[in-house]
Design a protein around this ligand. Structure first.
Ligand code: 2GW
Ligand code: MN
Length: 295
């Protein structure tokens, strides 16, 4: 049971969390102002939730591994087999320019790897933005035949704890771990009105991270198609949003509120402060040398 606390944020009923954690979380959101749940350890019962999804549910996990980023695949997939949707049907869609570099993995029953070749000739700055285009095309052509839900992730990450059906919903986004305690005036939204990702000072709920969003195939199609078109319009105007497709994702999610929001347990970075606020670190950034890996 969720109780709305006087501060306006909901908190789990007493007993759902240990007292100590309850205290620490009083200032952390458990419900959005439009009444979508924010998923933290202690707010849900995995066994009960599992009964609410059919046993043959198919979940697609999309990742991109272009150029040097193929080196992250081994750790990503290995950890996903251990922690991601254990016991469920999972289709991994790996978009890469080097299919031969995808490590061979023995997968649990009902889990499949699909390797999809993409080119790497676009300038490196575009690799992460081009994901929106590729995902929207694939959602239309293929994903809707094969899976009910899509989970779209960065590949330079590793699972450190369980990620299960609690993340599934119509449209799901994750709080950026660097901004979840800050007022929206500090969020790094695109601030130039010339960009289609522009967010005015009076708008904005949360700052979401591009590294993890999810939803039904049709919702992911709408999101990725809209963001891709906005990116192309910006390009034709000679502007690129400050945080690339993450800026467009944030613009989209202001107009289309997520039906579920994931706490920073679902995207963490060990370099950030306040890690002690999290009971679990389920999906964590792998440290990387930015200059080397991107060139
Ligand atoms: C990306 C930027 C600059 C140079 C190369 C790349 C690159 C990205 C690449 O050479 N190969 C590649 O496969 N990628 C894919 O794009 C890969 O899946 C990677 O995880 C994803 C996002 O790039 P990444 O992880 O370097 O960006 P981060 O960790 O700073 O992530 C945040 O900001 C990005 C936009 O600037 C995205 O929104 C991302 O979703 C955010 O997590
Ligand atoms: Mn990343």
């Amino acid at each position: 049971a969720i109780i709305i606390s006087p501060a306006g944020w909901a908190r789990p009923a007493d007993g759902a969390l240990h007292g100590q954690h309850l205290m620490m979380r009083r200032s952390l959101p458990l419900l959005t102002p439009w009444l979508a749940p924010v998923v933290w350890e202690g707010t849900f019962d995995p066994r009960l939730l599992n009964t609410q999804f059919k046993s043959d549910l198919r979940i697609g996990l999309t990742i991109f591994a272009v150029r040097k980023y193929v080196m992250f695949l081994q750790m990503f997939l290995h950890s996903a087999e251990k922690f991601f949707m254990v016991g469920r049907k999972v289709h991994y869609y790996i978009f890469t320019d080097q299919p031969d570099k995808v490590p061979y993995m023995s997968l649990a029953p009902g889990r499949f790897v699909h390797i999809l070749q993409i080119s790497a000739h676009s300038p490196w700055q575009e690799i992460s933005m081009r994901r929106m285009e590729t995902l929207s095309n694939m959602a239309k052509q293929r994903f809707y035949n094969e899976v009910e839900y899509l989970v779209c992730m960065d590949v330079d990450m590793v699972f450190g704890d369980s990620v299960g059906v609690e993340i599934l919903g119509e449209l799901v986004a994750t709080l950026h771990p660097g901004f979840f305690r800050l007022h929206r005036a500090r969020f790094p939204y695109e601030q130039r009105p010339k960009s289609r990702a522009y967010v005015s000072p009076s708008e904005g709920d949360f700052y979401y991270m591009g590294a993890f969003f999810a939803g039904t195939v049709v919702q992911i199609y709408r999101l990725t198609d809209t963001c891709h078109r906005a990116i192309m319009e910006d390009k034709s105007q000679g502007i690129e949003a400050v945080w690339h497709e993450e800026s467009h994702l944030n613009r989209y999610l202001i107009q289309h509120k997520p039906t579920k929001v994931l706490s920073p347990e679902y995207v963490w970075d060990m370099n950030l402060p306040h890690g002690d606020l999290l009971e679990k670190k389920r999906f964590v950034a792998v440290p990387k040398n930015h200059d080397w890996i991107r060139n």
